[in-house]
Design a protein around this ligand. Structure first.
Ligand code: ADP
Length: 476
C-alpha cells in the first residue's frame, strides 16, 4: 500500500483503493491509502502551520528543490511514463511525453522562483514611496482529474511551491500512482514538513473537506463543470481565490482552401489521440461544403487504419478508454447522436483484444447540427462530430455557439480567415493549422465562458493566481 504524506510523515490508513490498468483489468498496479475527513484536516493543519516559514524562504531554496525534482523526473521519464500509461491508458510515447513535460514545468518554475519582481512607483503625494510586491496566497488546495496524471499535478504544484505557498494535494481517484511518485520526489528533494501534503481519496470526502475548510486560502481545480460549479458555490462563504479549469466542446473549422492532408492530420490528432480524453480535444469538426466530402472520407479512412490496443503494446495508436463508467458515457453519447439524426460514419464499436480492457474504436459522426446534444455537451472520449456549413461566416458563428470557450482551431491557407478567426474566436486558446489539443508549457493555458474561472495557469501568468499583490506606502 502506498501511504499518504501528512506533515512530512508517510501515513498508512485502514482503507486502501486499488489502481487498475484500463488496458488490462487483471493488472492491479498498486493499492493506495485513502484519506478520510480526519486525515484531510490534519493535512490542512500541517500546511497551515508550515506556511509561516515556507513563505519566507529564499528564492534559492525554492529553486533548488524544484530543480532537483525536475531533474529526477526527467532522469526517470521512461519508468514514470510507463507507469502513467499503465494507470491512465494513453500510449507509451504520450505517457513519456507527458512526463517530460512535467519535468520541464518543474524546471521552468525553478527558474521562475528567482525571477519574481515587484514595482516601485512614484507617488502622487510628495515624499511618499510606493512599493508593489507579490506575496504567496497561503494554503493552496489542489484537486486534479485523471486525464493528465502527471502534467496537471505538475502545473499546479510547481507554481504553488515556487511562489511560497503550502499545498494540500488531492489527485483523481483513478490515477494516484504518478501523483504519489512526484510527491515522493519532492519530499526527498528537501521540502520541509507540511509544505506539500498528499491526501488520496474520494472527491466527495477529501475534496469537499478542503473546499469546506476556511484555512484553505485558494483552490485550483481541473475537472467537470458540475464539480467546478459546486466548488465555486461552496467557496463563496470563504471568499477564497479560485482557479477552475473545466470542460470544452472545442471546434475545429476546416475551410475549402485548407491543405487536406494537414486538415486530416490536425483533426485525427486533435480529436482522437490520447483516446480523445483531453479537455482541449476537437470534438466539433465544422467543415465548409467544398471540402466536406473529401475531408470526411479521408478522416474515416485514417481512423480505420489506426491500431486500438493495449497502451504499452508497440504499434498501438490509441489506448483504451479510462474506465467502465467513461466507456458507458461515450457509447451513450454515440447512441443519442444517432437517435437525433447523426450518421455514425465509422467506429463506435466495442473491441475485444488479448487483454480485457475498455476498447472503443474512434467514432466519427456526420450530418449533425449545432443544436444536437453531441455538439453541446462534452463527451470526453474518442468521439467527434461533423457539422457541414456554407462558408467561413457560418463556420465562425457555429464555432462560437457553445457554452464552452477553451480552445478552437482553423485549417486554412488564407491569412485573412486565419487572422479573423484568431481575433473573433470566443476562447482562451486558438490554433491555426494545428490541433486544438497540445500546448506549450511556458505560456498561459485557460479558457472563457463555462470552461474556466479565475486567472490562467502555466507560464509566468501563473503568478496571478498563486500570489497576492501588496501595495506599500512609505513616508520618509
Ligand atoms: P471527472 O468526471 O473527470 O472525474 P470530476 O469533476 O468528478 O471530473 O473530478 C475531478 C476531481 O474533482 C477529482 O479529483 C475528484 O475526486 C474531485 N471531486 C469530485 N467531487 C468533488 C467535490 N465535491 N469537492 C471537491 N472535489 C471533488
Amino acid at each position: 500500500m502506498r501511504p499518504l504524506l501528512i506533515n512530512g510523515e508517510w501515513l498508512m490508513t485502514s482503507h486502501a483503493s486499488d489502481n487498475i490498468n484500463p488496458s488490462d483489468t487483471s493488472d492491479i498496479i498498486d493499492s493506495f491509502a485513502q484519506a478520510g475527513l480526519a486525515e484531510t484536516q490534519d493535512a490542512i493543519s500541517a500546511a497551515d502551520a508550515a506556511f509561516a516559514s515556507w513563505s519566507l524562504t529564499t528564492p534559492q531554496v525554492r529553486h533548488d528543490i524544484l530543480k532537483t525534482a525536475g531533474d529526477e523526473i526527467m532522469r526517470r521519464k521512461d519508468e514514470i511514463g510507463e507507469l502513467l500509461s499503465r494507470e491512465e491508458g494513453k500510449i507509451l510515447s504520450e505517457g513519456v511525453g507527458e512526463t517530460v513535460r512535467a519535468a520541464q514545468i518543474f524546471l521552468f518554475f525553478a527558474a521562475e522562483a528567482l525571477r519574481l519582481t515587484g514595482d516601485k512607483v512614484a507617488s502622487v503625494r510628495p515624499g511618499v514611496e510606493v512599493d508593489i510586491t507579490r506575496e504567496p496566497a497561503g494554503v493552496v488546495g489542489i484537486i486534479t482529474p485523471w486525464n493528465f496524471p502527471i502534467a496537471i499535478p505538475a502545473w499546479k504544484i510547481a507554481p504553488a511551491l515556487c511562489y511560497g505557498n503550502t499545498v494540500v494535494f488531492k489527485p483523481a481517484e483513478l490515477v494516484p500512482a504518478c501523483s504519489w511518485v512526484i510527491v515522493d520526489i519532492l519530499h526527498r528533494a528537501g521540502l520541509p514538513a507540511g509544505v506539500l501534503n498528499l491526501v488520496m481519496g474520494e472527491g466527495a470526502v477529501v475534496g469537499q473537506c478542503m473546499v469546506d475548510d476556511p484555512r484553505v486560502s485558494a483552490i485550483t481545480f481541473t475537472g467537470s463543470v458540475g464539480t467546478g460549479a459546486r466548488i465555486a458555490k461552496d467557496s463563496l462563504p470563504h471568499m477564497r481565490r479560485l482557479q477552475l479549469e473545466m470542460g470544452g466542446k472545442n471546434p475545429l473549422v476546416v475551410l475549402d482552401d485548407a491543405d487536406l492532408d494537414v486538415a486530416v492530420d490536425v483533426a485525427v490528432n486533435g480529436s482522437f489521440f490520447s483516446t480523445g480524453q483531453r479537455c482541449t480535444a476537437s470534438s466539433r469538426l465544422i467543415v465548409t461544403e467544398g471540402i466536406h466530402a473529401r475531408f470526411v472520407e479521408a478522416v474515416a479512412e485514417r481512423l480505420k487504419s489506426l491500431i486500438i490496443d493495449h497502451a504499452l503494446k508497440p504499434g498501438t495508436d490509441i489506448g483504451p478508454v479510462v474506465d467502465a463508467t467513461q466507456l458507458e458515457q461515450d457509447c451513450a453519447y454515440i447512441e443519442t447522436a444517432r437517435r437525433e439524426g447523426g450518421n455514425l460514419r465509422t467506429g463506435g464499436d466495442l473491441l475485444k483484444r488479448d487483454t480485457q480492457g475498455y476498447y472503443l474504436s474512434p467514432a466519427l459522426i456526420t450530418d449533425t447540427t449545432p443544436d444536437m446534444r453531441i455538439n453541446r455537451e462534452e463527451v470526453f472520449g474518442p468521439v467527434a462530430s461533423v457539422i457541414r456549413v456554407r462558408d467561413y461566416d457560418e463556420a465562425l458563428s457555429v464555432a462560437n455557439d457553445s457554452e464552452f470557450g477553451l480552445s478552437a482551431g482553423i485549417c486554412t491557407t488564407s491569412l485573412k480567415y486565419a487572422s479573423d478567426f484568431k481575433r473573433k474566436s470566443e476562447v482562451g486558446m486558438v490554433m491555426v493549422n494545428l490541433p486544438t489539443a497540445g500546448v506549450d508549457y511556458h505560456v498561459p493555458f485557460g479558457g472563457r465562458k463555462n470552461s474556466s474561472l479565475g486567472p490562467r495557469e502555466q507560464g509566468s501568468y501563473a503568478k496571478e493566481f498563486y500570489t497576492t499583490v501588496k501595495t506599500a506606502y512609505t513616508a520618509p
